[in-house]
Design a protein around this ligand. Structure first.
Ligand SMILES: Cc1cc2nc3c(=O)[nH]c(=O)nc-3n(C[C@H](O)[C@H](O)[C@H](O)COP(=O)(O)O)c2cc1C
Length: 210
């Protein structure tokens, strides 16, 4: 299947079949796709929390404006941004770079300094926006990877971040949920996926400068 065919197949599923579960093998494919997403400076200022517990998924419906996808989906992938972005964020990257690539000290020192200087220019609001932007690239990659193996998903911003943080025990880890991706398999009764996609015409979507 081409990527474009998969993206045409993909739809924001409102009604999942609660009896169908995504295998752990496929979950790992989706997580790997999210981890491979490019991020600004490679700093990856977010984590993905995987929720498969049925009771917890049911409880999270109340923190999701009563959207039933959260309970019916096989798993929830909760994308949570780091609330502390500072020199330690860069140090973590450098440590990992040394593990993966070996010591390339000169390059890493210069890189570390420039990234720390970049982070120091941002206030808390700017850091939030920056971290969130990175998260959405990973969200897109996970949705595309899911579509490729015909796993359904529904990107959802309709959640109360503070309630999710509380219910998932993320406060102590200084992680704030920003978007949740229920994944699973569509129910026969899902209506949205049977309808034609509504998108801008090419003319209204593209500006060509030659
Ligand atoms: C960032 C984002 C947040 C969204 N939030 C919700 C949501 O809370 N609930 C929901 O049912 N759909 C949500 N959607 C799905 C959109 O409504 C859907 O993608 C759009 O209508 C286009 O339909 P399609 O994805 O099936 O092509 C969200 C989509 C995105 C990208």
């Amino acid at each position: 299947m081409s990527l474009l065919e998969s993206l045409k197949w993909r739809s924001a599923i409102k009604k999942f079949d609660p009896s169908k579960k995504v295998s752990q093998e496929d979950i790992e494919v989706l997580l790997a796709a999210g981890n491979l997403a490019p991020t600004s400076g490679g700093l990856q200022p977010f984590k993905i929390v995987v929720v498969s517990n049925d009771d917890l998924k049911k409880k999270l419906v109340a923190a999701s404006y009563e959207q039933a996808q959260v309970a019916d989906a096989s798993h929830l992938l909760v994308f949570a941004i780091e609330q502390e972005i500072n020199n330690e964020t860069v140090n973590r990257y450098i440590k990992r770079a040394e593990e993966v690539r070996g010591k390339e000290k000169e390059y890493l020192i210069a890189y570390s300094e420039s990234m720390k200087s970049f982070i120091s220019t941002m206030d808390e609001a700017a850091k939030y926006t920056w971290a969130r932007s990175q998260t959405y690239i990973a969200l897109g990659m996970v949705m595309a990877a899911a579509a490729e193996i015909r796993i359904d998903s529904c990107p959802m911003e309709g959640l109360v971040p503070g309630q999710y943080q509380e219910m998932l025990g993320l406060k102590s880890q200084k992680l704030m949920p920003v978007v949740v991706l229920p994944i699973g398999y569509r129910s026969e009764k899902d209506v949205h996926s049977k309808e034609e996609k509504i998108r801008k015409t090419r003319e209204n979507f593209v500006i060509e400068i030659k």
